[in-house]
Design a protein around this ligand. Sequence first.
Ligand SMILES: Nc1nc2c(ncn2[C@@H]2O[C@H](COP(=O)(O)OP(=O)(O)OP(=O)(O)O)[C@@H](O)[C@H]2O)c(=O)[nH]1
Length: 354
Amino acid sequence: MTAQAWKSLRTKKYQLSLRLFLFLNLCSAFFSLLNPLYSVYSSTLPVVFLAAGSGLLLLWHWRFPQKKINILFISLAFGCLWAWHVGIKTLELPSNNTSYVMIALLTILFIGTISFSNNIRAFTLNALPIVITCLAVTHGEQWVRMLYCFALPLVGVSIHYIIQKRNDTFAQELMFQLIAERETLNDLSMLDPLTGLYNRRGLQHRLDTQLALNTEDHYVMLLDIDHFKAYNDHYGHMMGDKALIRVSAAIRNAVRSRDIVARYGGEEFMVVLPQSDAQSAMRTAERIRQQVYDLKIPHMFNESVATNVTISIGIAPLITDNVELALEKADRALYEAKHMGRNNILTSEALQPA
Ligand SMILES: Nc1nc2c(ncn2[C@@H]2O[C@H](COP(=O)(O)OP(=O)(O)OP(=O)(O)O)[C@@H](O)[C@H]2O)c(=O)[nH]1
């Protein structure tokens, strides 16, 4: 789950709560319209507004779910309309009809509690007008019961809000932790575990972003340790691994921070030099060759090249993002550099056309 998905989940919860509120108001408004009370049949203006308003808003919200409706405003407006309705009704009914007032109060509180189970402000704004009206029309008779009817769901909604908030915070922290771990795993999956350089996946990823960023000239190099099989055979695989680690570090140190260094194969490396030219690519290659040489890793079996580990390098320009072609050319240059006696650098431009 991403932060975006989390946000859309919260928006969905908000929308559902609003729809439920409108739906329950629509049902109650229709019930009031269709069901005569004590044979007094009169539809009040506020209840007509409530039925029409909730119906229209439901349709509008269903049609344009992205458009935001202010839930606080709606809850207050609907609360006022119900209060107005109850005020009119009590005038029409025989005097001292507390049971009607209590039922009306409980109905509105029920709708508010169900719809705004963890939205204290929306619940309060919806409930207050009807509570005040009920207290006023009954002249304070039953005021304890009425306040209790209001206070009980208010406390429930508040507790529910606190629980929900803690759950949300916990889930959010968990989500951020998972995102961070996923990013770490993603980064690790792009690195070669032995040398810490990019592996082929990481290289591809960096190439995609780097090449998309600038369209200038780039150069690629393929680098291969000379007679590494002989090194492994005589010094052992463990020593071979250590040599690979030191050579990798030397290559990384010899290039700019924006250059991309990857372990391309066993003892083969690839370097991409973004925004570079032939001369600076050659200079960089020479610096790498020299730094690897200067490591002075003993290699007595580096046949007729040196008595320490050396590296050969093939260079090619990367034209119009054609990495395949650049690698093909660099590989041919590397092959020739090896052929020329190793510990050597050759550019594809210096090769005879195939
Ligand atoms: N220690 C170690 N050796 C590796 C690793 N990956 C590849 N190699 C060895 O690298 C050697 C590569 O040998 P070759 O491809 O024959 O080339 P080379 O002996 O370097 O000869 P030239 O490239 O022609 O100079 C093989 O012996 C591989 O086993 C690794 O991760 N660790």
